[in-house]
Design a protein around this ligand. Sequence first.
Ligand SMILES: Nc1ncnc2c1ncn2[C@@H]1O[C@H](COP(=O)(O)OP(=O)(O)OP(=O)(O)O)[C@@H](O)[C@H]1O
Length: 363
Amino acid sequence: MSHLVLRHLSKCFHRQGIPALKDLSLTVAAGEIFALLGPSGCGKSTTLNLIAGLLEPDPVPYPGEIWLDGILLNPLPPERRGVTLLSQYSRLFPHMSVGENVAFGLKMRRIPKAEREAQALRMLERVQLAGFAHRRPAQLSGGQAQRVALARALVIQPKLLLLDEPLSALDANLRQEMQNLILDLQAESGVTTVLVTHDQAEATAMAQRIGLMFEGQLHQVGSPAEFYQQPASERIARFFGGVNFFDAQADHHELWVGEGIRLFYGAVPQQGKVRLTIRPEQIQVFSHPPTFPHNVCRAEVISERFTGTQRRLTVQTALGLLQAWVAPHQGFGVGQVVWIHLPPEALWCVEGSRSVPILPLAV
Ligand SMILES: Nc1ncnc2c1ncn2[C@@H]1O[C@H](COP(=O)(O)OP(=O)(O)OP(=O)(O)O)[C@@H](O)[C@H]1O
């Protein structure tokens, strides 16, 4: 298993233009699945192309370095890096059979014919395409072709697997299947993997850690749970589907919102105006006032939407409109007066480029 270190990677495609990548440094642990996540154009593919050797990092402001297992990759051509890149545009060779496609990398490595055919067949079995070895790529569905491309990428046992939105051309069901297949194969082979995606749900489902990029820079690195529960800024919280943001006034241990409503008693990280966020699934909704005294607010249900796994309520409160997602069996009607509880451990203060928890004090 190999570990990857990126140091000070910068890339500017146009002189005096906006850099696609600005001084990116990152370590990916051996055997880890790491997702580079961010909106279109933030520099994710550029990062992968630098690692794969399809692009060179700029020498300024710092000479960027790419290390794999303690070996500096910069001087090595793509084929000698031990790195395989798979993208939605990875094409199979149309004139070769599926089996020959999978065995191609082994042929390049001069593995004898019988051995490479056996390995290719084993790999095709792993992607559930054992009976397809003699077909041509044109006779495959999109999902099958992508499974063959995955088999071709893994059969050569790369040190590092780079996945550049490999599933984005597939429909939702196939995507899910492929995600599971990639996770299984990755667990079996232990190959260190960097996945590029703009879909936070995909990054959350697949990666042990996520690096979120905006405009060529990493803004937060952490586990999926950290992104949901401890977003480093309002922008990151919004990217992860955060919908509840409101202002409050902090005065000693108290937070005040709206017209003199005391929201909280606890260790408030700063004084004066603070911006708060809470995830919709962490707000609790009651039809009667609960007995506990803090962080409870009267509200009115404005709308209700049933998603199958949740009831998504929009409630009007003194804090403004909030989204509260409750269990499907919790029925609330539009117009109903309810009480919402904002658990202190779920409240986060987001300010500029950092965020701080609000810790409850013993009452
Ligand atoms: N070969 C190139 N020549 C010029 N500009 C480029 C080139 N490749 C990328 N860029 C620019 O660099 C920036 C980052 O592009 P990149 O493809 O890395 O983003 P991305 O995050 O992968 O986006 P997407 O999710 O849309 O693929 C973009 O502004 C893009 O237009």
